[in-house]
Design a protein around this ligand. Structure first.
Ligand code: MGD
Ligand code: MGD
Ligand code: SF4
Ligand code: MO
Length: 745
């Protein structure tokens, strides 16, 4: 009999070890502080290059989502190093520091080791170790029970990362298309929708920005250099070395700002005013590409009229950027056009009017004529590999959309916060979620308003977390399934668009450690238990990959030798090369005036809206990245942890003085709702405006099982208890939270 939990307690202690389970590798027995038996595993040592000849295995990095291809070097089955694959257009043979430290994901002894099932011992909730058979049977039974009672649509999948492919497939086969990821409504959703509305196409990933040929790069918050998306950084560095003008708009003196001709330390939340003022200057001074605008765009006259009053003098008190600087930078952009990129950004869910802000940048790019031009935005070549032949999926009867009939009409993907909210009590439209499968996403860290996430979890009949690490989400799960790391598994092919389209293979370099399994195996085993065998007709993963590869004239054997394959399809990238751009918009043109937005009652041309500024004694909490970490997924990585064991809160020198805080002091941050952070070290600096503080995201873990990362630094997400939701597509603006300090003596 399985126990039904009405209230899930957060389990952060080690599970009850059942010793005798079939686990790979030798085991030792130890007793943890709470007296429970815990299985201890010997550390894996790195190989020394003098120990023998290296074996090379192709891989695709999973430390972030850029998907660089590389080679794992191992000696006698022990890891030595990972380097980039020279033939990969997405890495050019070089990995970023995080990718190089990827071996740490394999080495980490804090990894999840065996399936865990929530249980109660002495009235207290804890985990007990289980075999894969028992854990998968348990999940399948619960899923079927939910499907019988509420419908299969009432199970949602939250997923981020490559192994998620198989779980998406499983969900479709099961009859639910309620699949979501925080990389849409918490990341680049507004950007994709803004460009789709304007150009009929999104920016995509990897971004189609022709940075390496750009003569002028405008970065609005995009902190390339700290944001380490590999080829973007490489191309940005090349452009800087070639003398390109960089204009960085950031309330913080970022690494990119330090490479810039102009740093515009804008008052946060006012970027739209600056963008509108730039558009104003470009039109007023006739700096736009008249021929391009005439040929490819619609709505110029309406735009001209709409921005009439948005003068640099109007923008000055709002943004704190001087009119002369606004004019000068606008002229500089036009001077280099069309080789000017107003970077569309990536994590753009800031203030709730994000689609409109990004659209203002898209309009600016159109005026400069940079879409489809060298040094602007190229037209990527798409890669295509036929799918493995599967039977047709059943048609789901309900979708998350029904719960939001009049909201977020232009969301093209599902919104993770929406699915979360549909799990809260009282939601009667469509279906209320009763089960969550969570693959590779630490929702407590990456979905804002964590208080709601915890509340939603309490309403579930089943929460399954499939993860590599004992991330916070696993502490709330009924069943935890340990996936092996990317270095121990095959995954589906990496298929990427780009200047040249390419595919890449990830093959296992090592046997899975502990009792962990690859995602494809877990999804398939679950599928079989759910009676969905016909959707998993492949014999094994090798046969699956080989079948797909054979359809494009390659094979698994070839890919194991090469790692990367460049596909043939190659059309012109730029108008200069003969490209004839098409725009999949209602007018067939670039829509400076958006007919779609108008038809839904939104502003067809962006209009400035004001946002709340911090109250007296409070500071806006902004956040970002650091070169050697990815979100919260690397904070416990034994190699990367050493480079930066905790985050710091950046505080302006004057403000620190006001609060009696010295550089290196520990403080607690308290937000407008009284939520307190872990203690965090103060970095007192002139590099940030007085009205804001800055944190690198991904620190402040509360799960004790993450031994290195536990309580090191502060978790920005815990302080994001308020969001401003973008009415156009449901993105959660997360930078409207304000904090004050408490000193720790
Ligand atoms: N507060 C706040 N929230 C944010 C952001 C922010 O900056 N601040 N950024 C937003 C952005 S831009 C994005 S894209 C999203 C990212 O959101 P997520 O992708 O959810 O990011 P992570 O927190 O790194 O969660 C990744 C989880 O995957 C696990 N994992 C790592 N490797 C593997 C693997 O091989 N297999 C499996 N099964 N699991 C693995 C990690 O242990 C971790 O628990 O977050 C968004 N949310
Ligand atoms: N090393 C590393 N690199 C990464 C990641 C990672 O985890 N680690 N994650 C990747 C992912 S998924 C994404 S989406 C990207 C995100 O990377 P970006 O898209 O570059 O990030 P943002 O979070 O939009 O921007 C952070 C910057 O915005 C500034 N900022 C804050 N508020 C404002 C404001 O109101 N106006 C302006 N103009 N600037 C402001 C901050 O000071 C900071 O410098 O990074 C990617 N690259
Ligand atoms: S950018 Fe770095 S972490 Fe991301 S996939 Fe490439 S090498 Fe890995
Ligand atoms: Mo992101």
């Amino acid at each position: 009999m399985s126990i039904e939990f009405t209230r899930r307690e957060f389990i952060k202690i080690s599970g009850l070890g059942l010793g005798g389970l079939a686990a790979g590798g030798a085991m030792l027995h130890a007793f943890s502080g709470n007296g429970q038996q815990e299985t201890a595993y010997p550390e894996v040592a790195l190989a020394d290059f003098s120990e023998g000849t290296a074996t090379l295995t192709p891989t695709v990095c999973e430390i972030c989502f850029w998907q660089c291809a590389g080679w794992v070097h191992s000696i006698n089955g022990k890891p030595w190093k990972i380097i980039g694959n020279k033939n990969d257009p997405n890495s050019n043979g070089r990995l970023c520091p995080r990718g190089t430290g990827g071996i740490g994901a394999y080495l980490d002894n804090d990894r999840l080791k065996t399936p865990l099932i929530r249980t109660v011992v002495d009235g207290k909730q804890t985990f007990r170790e289980a075999s894969w058979e028992e854990a998968l049977d348990f999940i399948a039974r619960r899923m079927q029970k939910i499907a019988r009672k509420y419908g299969p649509e009432c199970i949602a999948l939250f997923t981020h990362g490559s192994g998620g492919t198989y779980f998406k497939h499983l969900m479709h086969a099961f009859g639910s298309n309620n699949i979501t990821a925080p990389s849409y409504a918490q990341c680049r959703g507004p950007r994709e929708e803004a460009y789709l509305l304007t150009y009929g196409e999104g920016v995509g990933s990897p971004e189609r920005t022709d940075l390496r040929s750009a003569k002028c790069i405008v970065l609005i918050g995009s902190h390339i250099g700290e944001n380490m998306h590999n080829t973007q950084v490489q191309e940005f560095a090349d452009a800087v070395a070639a003398g390109s003008t960089v204009i960085t708009v950031d309330p913080r003196y970022s690494v990119a700002a330090s490479k810039s001709k102009y740093w515009l330390p804008i008052r946060p939340a006012t970027d739209l005013a600056l963008l509108l003022a730039w558009i104003h200057v470009i039109i007023e001074e006739k700096l736009y590409d008249a021929e391009y605008v005439e040929k490819y765009t619609t709505g110029f006259e309406e735009l001209k009229e709409a921005v009439q009053d948005y003068t640099p003098e109007w923008a000055y008190p709002i943004t704190t950027i001087k009119p002369s600087v606004i004019r000068e930078t606008a002229r500089e952009m036009a001077w280099h056009a069309p080789a000017t990129i107003v970077h569309p950004g990536r994590h753009v869910t800031w203030y709730g009017d994000d689609t409109q802000r990004v659209r203002a940048g898209a309009i600016l790019n159109a005026l400069l004529g940079s879409w489809g031009r060298r040094g602007g935005f190229y037209f990527p070549n798409k890669a295509y590999v036929p799918k493995y032949p599967y039977p047709k999926y059943p048609k789901p009867r309900h979708s998350w959309r029904e719960a939001f009939p009049d909201q977020y009409p232009l969301a093209n993907l599902s919104i993770a916060n929406g699915l979360r909210d549909m799990t809260l009590p009282g939601n009667k439209k469509g279906c209320q979620f009763k089960g969550w499968l969570v693959y590779g996403t630490n929702l407590l860290f990456t979905l804002p308003e964590p208080q709601k996430t915890i509340e939603a979890i309490q309403n579930l009949d089943l929460l399954v977390a499939i993860d590599l690490m004992p991330a916070e989400i696993t502490g709330y799960a009924d069943v935890v399934l340990p996936e092996c790391s990317y270095l121990e598994r095959y995954d589906d092919l990496r298929i990427l668009p780009g200047r040249v389209p390419s595919i890449a293979l990830r093959a296992p370099a090592f046997e899975p450690r502990f009792n962990s399994k690859p995602g494809w195996w877990i999804a398939r085993e679950l599928g079989i238990r759910l009676g969905l065998q016909k959707y998993f007709p492949w014999k094994n993963i090798e046969e699956y990959l080989d079948t797909r590869l054979k359809k494009i004239g390659s094979s698994l054997k070839e890919m194991k030798e090469k790692g990367v394959l460049i596909l043939d399809e190659q059309a012109p990238l730029y108008i200069e090369e003969g490209l004839e751009p098409e725009f999949d918009t209602p007018s067939g043109k670039i829509e400076l005036y958006s007919s779609i937005l108008e038809s839904y009652g939104f502003d067809p041309i962006p209009r400035y809206t004001e946002h709340e500024q911090p109250p007296q004694g409070y500071y806006r909490m902004i956040y970002g990245r650091t070169p050697t970490h990815t979100f919260g997924r690397t904070s416990n990585n034994p190699i990367l942890h050493e480079t930066m064991p905790e985050n710091e809160v950046w505080i302006n020198t004057r403000i620190a003085k006001l609060h009696g805080i010295r550089n290196g002091d520990y403080v607690v941050l308290i937000n407008q709702d009284g939520v307190r952070s872990n203690k965090v070290k103060a970095k007192v600096t002139e590099r940030i405006r007085h009205d804001s503080v800055y944190l690198v995201h991904g620190f402040g873990h509360t799960d004790k099982r993450l031994k290195r990362a536990h309580l090191r630094g502060a978790n920005d997400n815990a302080l994001i208890t308020q969001v401003a939701v973008d009415p156009i597509m449901g993105g959660t603006g997360m930078r409207g939270n304000f904090v004050t300090f408490e000193r720790i003596s």
